[in-house]
Design a protein around this ligand. Structure first.
Ligand code: AP5
Length: 191
């Protein structure tokens, strides 16, 4: 199995690049942001709780997110592997992912972090907000999401650094060029 963590700040292109990785490698996509937005759209209790937190740009509790991940891992065993998009976002989530994969005798092959400047992130997200109406793409929430990323999520890179699994990739330029850089990193992952 090939298990990839696609990591990076809000607007760095995780969703965009995930689509291309899935097309090439046939991996199962697990985006905690998408799973949470599905819950919000379905107006479940979990969705109602999550909406308020997401609209502020804060992180939903580890317990909720890890529960969703474990469910997805159970549903898709025996496939070619997973691409985790927007997860893990805290060191505790990274540890829990390790435990969950170990239960299946699996592991993360590589954690790829997309590097994009704050100015570019804000520009992309404001544009996406106008085009799609995504409610957390307003200036106040965007700035908070980036601050939360710097404070709570960046430490996840040190966690994977220690395991020699962190690969930083320049996340600006054309979508295809960035994808080429990602493919190069994936080609070096040991099975
Ligand atoms: P989530 O949905 O994960 O949001 P995010 O990390 O903020 O990421 P985005 O989806 O905004 O951006 P992206 O990196 O996927 O970029 P995209 O490809 O869309 O999470 C939302 C919220 O859910 C969180 O704030 C939190 O509350 C909660 N949550 C989610 N996961 C959680 C977790 N694990 N724990 C706790 N809470 C959690 O690209 C952005 C835009 O840029 C697009 O319009 C795209 O077309 C454009 N673009 C992409 N590539 C390029 C390029 N190369 N050049 C120019 N434009 C580009």
């Amino acid at each position: 199995m090939l298990n990839i963590v696609l990591f990076g700040p809000p607007g760095s292109g995780k969703g965009t690049q995930s689509e291309k990785v899935i097309e090439k490698y046939g991996l199962v996509h697990i985006s905690t942001g998408d799973l949470l937005r599905d819950e919000v759209a379905a107006q479940t209790d979990l969705g109602l709780q999550a909406k308020e937190i997401m609209d502020k740009g804060e992180l939903v509790s580890d317990k909720i997110v890890i529960g969703m991940i474990r469910k997805k891992l159970d549903e898709h065993q025996g496939g070619p592997g997973f691409i985790f998009d927007g997860f893990p976002r805290t060191v505790n989530q990274a540890r829990e992912l390790r435990k969950a994969l170990t239960d299946y005798d699996e592991r993360v092959g590589v954690m790829i972090s997309l590097e994009v400047s704050r100015e570019e992130l804000v520009k992309r997200l404001l544009k996406r907000g106008k085009e799609t109406g995504r409610t957390d793409d307003n200036l106040e929430t965007i700035n908070n999401r980036i601050d939360v990323y710097d404070r709570q999520t960046i430490p996840v890179t040190y966690y994977y650094d220690k395991m020699h699994k962190h690969a930083a990739v320049e996340g600006t330029g054309s979508v295809d060029k960035i994808f080429e850089r990602i493919v190069e990193v994936i080609s070096k992952v040991k099975p």
